[in-house]
Write a protein that binds this ligand. Structure first.
Ligand code: FPP
Length: 250
């Protein structure tokens, strides 16, 4: 997770998305917010399929942050229902398309029926290898780093590890997504230009892309625009531009 790739490709291996703007999409159409979230699920379906067709290996979607509990309880309730319904409706098709589903975040706070659907989705799709779909739910970058620190602290307390020997690599190894390629491209829809406690550690060298398009309107064309922007960038990982060009030729 913390090793830097020596070479990069014009196509990202891993895309991470903050799907923002469902509420505003609904508001501008004089619709209730939950219809914006429902339309957001259609965009999820479109983008999962588009990424799979483009050979993206990992797609990570921020579905519910650890701060989203602060929303009105009615909206939190709709979102929980929508997640349950979406999992029930979509998992078989995702499975048929070879998609492996995984959830990251503290699932202990979710209602029992949602936890059950999450576990079922993960078990049903665990042997698939066409694409990894990671859903960040009750996830926060601070939570992720804290849980990694707790694990390492336990090892120090047991005498197995000396505090002085802790490295960035060891912290990275305890984080969510440690077994997957690091995100190459981060996309946030909806016009805000923030990371909002998403994958804080994992985004260290990720290319950031922001668009004003509201999530329910994000389509293949918009995805291709983000991919074009990514392909035009030079990823240096701390090196000089000349060094990167030399590596490309090597
Ligand atoms: C942010 O828009 C969106 C969310 C907090 C929920 C996103 C969830 C989905 C699209 C459903 C995905 C479902 C699965 C199972 C992957 P917002 O409400 O903050 O919009 P606003 O900024 O316009 O108010």
């Amino acid at each position: 997770m913390t090793t830097m790739p020596e070479k990069t490709s014009v196509m990202p291996r891993h895309i991470a998305i903050i799907m923002d703007g469902n509420g505003r999409w609904a508001h501008t159409r004089l619709l209730p917010r939950y219809l914006g979230h429902r339309e957001g699920v259609k965009a999820v379906r479109r983008i999962v399929e588009a990424c799979r067709n483009r050979g993206i290996e990992v797609l990570t979607l921020f579905a519910f942050s650890s701060e989203n509990w602060r929303r009105p309880s009615e909206e939190v309730g709709w979102l929980m229902e929508l997640f349950i319904r979406t999992l029930k409706n979509e998992v078989e098709e995702l499975h048929g398309n070879g998609v492996r589903i995984r959830f990251i975040g503290d699932r202990s706070a979710f209602p029992a029926d949602l936890r059950e659907q999450i576990a079922r989705a993960e078990v049903r799709t665990r042997s698939n290898d066409m694409m990894d779909l990671v859903i960040a739910a009750n996830y926060g970058g601070h939570w992720d780093i804290s849980q990694a620190c707790r694990t390492l602290a336990r090892r120090v307390a047991s005498g197995e590890l000396a505090a002085e020997d802790i490295t960035a690599g060891m912290i990275g190894a305890e984080l969510s997504l440690t077994d997957l390629p690091e995100p190459d491209l981060f996309i946030r829809t909806g016009g805000e230009q923030r990371i909002s406690n998403f994958l804080l550690w994992q985004l260290a060298y990720t290319e950031l892309y922001f668009t004003d398009i509201l999530w329910p309107s994000f389509d293949e064309k918009a995805l291709d625009e983000a991919l074009r922007s990514y392909a035009s960038r030079q990823r240096r990982f701390g090196r000089t531009g000349d060094q990167v060009e030399q590596l490309k030729g090597a």
